[in-house]
Design a protein around this ligand. Structure first.
Ligand SMILES: *Cc1c(COP(=O)(O)O)cnc(C)c1O
Ligand SMILES: [Zn+2]
Length: 405
C-alpha cells in the first residue's frame, strides 16, 4: 500500500501533500487530482493479479488513495456486470452494444463508488464531521458510507429530489435538510455554515477523492474487455465526475503499459431541460455558463453548473466524442423500451444514454461493428414515481386474445 504521492492541480499544476485535508487548489481554485507512483506500481503489480482478487472496486487498491487498508469503508461497490444488449443492437443495426449496469451498486447507483473512496480517505485523515449538497443519489451514498465510518454528515438537497433519496439519507442517520432550489443553491447555502463549523466539504470534485472511486469504472471496463477499450462510451453527465474519472483512469492505464493509446469516443448526454455541457461543447467553449431554470425528471442530471466543466469538455474534445441533449419524453419512453427489450429497468439518466445512442445512429456517427458501452448509472427502482402503470384486472373468463389487448 501507499502508492499515492501527492495531489496535483489540474490547471496550474501546484502540488499538495496527501496527508492533509484539501478541497480545491489554494492557488487557482481549480480541481485537484491524486497522483500515484505509477513506476512503482508498474514494477510491483501485474494486471493479471486483479482477476484473483475480490469483486469490488478495491481490487485496484494500489491505484486507490488509501494507505492503510483498515480505513477502507466498503459495502461491496463496483465490479458491476458489462451486459450485452443484443436486442437493442439488432433494432439499431449495431453488433456490439453493452451496458455497464451500475444500478447493482450499494444504494442503487454508481455514487457508491465515489463516496466509498471519499469517505475512506476522510476516515484515514481523521474527519469527524462532513457536509455535502446533493441532487439525490450522492446524498444517499454519503449517508450510507458515513454511517458505516462513524462520520457525522450534514446534507442539503433540493426539496424535489426523489422520495427514496430522502428516505435513505434519513434512515442512515444523516442530518438532512431540504431547500427550495437546485444542487448549486444547496452548495452555496452549506458553504458558509460549513466553514464556520469546520465541516469537511465532500462536494464532488471539490473533494479530491470521489473521482478516484468513479475512475474504477474505467479500470473495470478495461479489465472486462480483456485490457482493451470500447470504441464509444455514452455517459449521462451531471457534475461529470464519472467521465472525468474514466478519462483519468485510461491515462493511468496507458502509463502503466496495461493498455495502448486507443481511446473511446466519449459521448456525453444531458437532459434538454438542463444541458450546460452540451451547449458549451457545441459552441466550442472550454467552460460552461450556468443553466437557468434547470428542469428534468432525471434528478442526477439536474446540475446547472459543474466545477469540473473544463475537464469534461476536454475529455469529449480530445476523444473525438460528441454531446447530445435528450428530452424527458424520450427518456421516459426509452426507460420502457429498454426494460421491454432487455429486462433492464434503467434509471432515467441511464435511459438517456439509450436515447443518445439512437441519435448517434441517426447522425451516422457509429459503425455497425464498433463496440459501444452505455452507462446505466442507477437502478430504475429508485424512480418508480416516474412510471405509473394503470393495470387492468385479470378476468379468467375472457378468451386468450382479450388478455393481450
Ligand atoms: C449523479 C448521477 C449522474 C451524473 O453523474 P456525474 O458523474 O456526476 O456526472 C448520473 N446518473 C445518476 C443516476 C446519478 O445519480
Ligand atoms: Zn491550481
Amino acid at each position: 500500500m501507499g502508492y499515492l504521492r501527492h495531489l496535483e492541480c489540474t490547471h496550474c499544476h501546484a502540488q499538495y501533500s496527501p496527508d492533509a485535508l484539501h478541497n480545491l487548489c489554494a492557488r487557482c481554485g481549480k480541481v485537484l487530482f491524486p497522483r500515484y507512483d505509477l513506476e512503482r506500481v508498474r514494477a510491483e503489480v501485474s494486471r493479471d493479479e486483479f482477476a484473483r482478487r475480490e469483486p469490488t472496486m478495491w481490487r485496484y487498491r494500489e491505484l486507490m488513495p488509501i494507505n492503510d487498508p483498515a480505513n477502507i469503508v466498503t459495502l461491496g461497490e463496483g465490479m458491476t456486470p458489462l451486459l450485452p444488449l443484443t436486442e437493442v443492437g439488432r433494432r439499431l443495426g449495431l453488433r456490439r452494444v453493452h451496458v455497464k449496469e451500475e444500478g447493482l451498486n450499494p444504494t442503487g447507483s454508481f455514487k457508491a463508488r465515489g463516496l466509498s473512496a471519499a469517505v475512506s480517505k476522510a476516515k484515514e485523515l481523521g474527519v469527524r464531521v462532513a457536509s455535502m449538497p446533493s441532487a439525490g443519489n450522492a446524498g444517499s451514498a454519503a449517508a450510507a458510507y458515513c454511517a458505516r465510518a462513524g462520520i457525522e454528515l450534514f446534507l442539503v438537497m433540493p426539496a424535489d429530489v426523489p422520495h427514496v433519496n430522502q428516505v435513505e439519507c434519513d434512515v442512515c442517520g444523516a442530518h438532512t435538510f431540504l431547500i427550495r432550489g437546485l444542487i448549486n443553491d444547496a452548495g452555496r447555502s452549506l458553504r458558509a455554515r460549513g466553514r464556520e463549523q469546520g465541516w469537511f466539504d465532500m462536494s464532488t470534485l471539490k473533494e479530491p477523492y470521489r473521482v478516484e472511486g468513479k475512475k474504477t469504472m474505467g479500470y473495470e471496463l478495461a479489465e472486462q474487455c480483456g485490457w482493451s477499450l470500447p470504441d464509444v462510451i455514452i455517459y449521462p453527465t451531471g457534475g461529470g465526475t464519472g467521465i472525468v474519472g474514466m478519462w483519468k483512469a485510461f491515462e493511468e492505464l496507458e502509463a502503466l503499459g496495461w493498455i495502448g493509446s486507443h481511446r473511446p469516443r466519449m459521448v456525453i448526454v444531458q437532459a434538454a431541460g438542463c444541458a450546460p455541457m452540451v451547449r458549451a461543447h457545441r459552441e466550442g467553449r472550454e467552460h460552461a455558463e450556468p443553466w437557468q431554470d434547470a428542469r428534468t425528471v432525471a434528478a442526477g442530471l439536474r446540475v446547472p453548473e459543474a466545477i469540473g466543466d473544463y475537464l469534461i469538455l476536454q475529455a469529449v474534445r480530445e476523444s473525438g466524442g460528441t454531446s447530445y441533449a435528450v428530452t424527458d419524453e424520450e427518456i421516459l419512453a426509452d426507460m420502457r423500451e429498454l426494460a421491454g427489450a432487455e429486462g433492464l429497468f434503467a434509471c432515467p439518466e441511464g435511459a438517456a444514454t439509450y436515447s443518445a445512442l439512437k441519435a448517434l445512429v441517426r447522425d451516422r456517427l457509429v459503425a455497425a461493428d464498433e463496440r459501444v458501452v452505455l452507462f446505466n448509472t442507477g437502478a430504475g427502482m429508485k424512480y418508480v414515481d416516474l412510471v405509473r402503470p394503470t393495470l387492468p384486472t385479470f378476468e379468467p373468463a375472457h378468451p386468450p386474445e382479450a388478455l393481450r389487448a
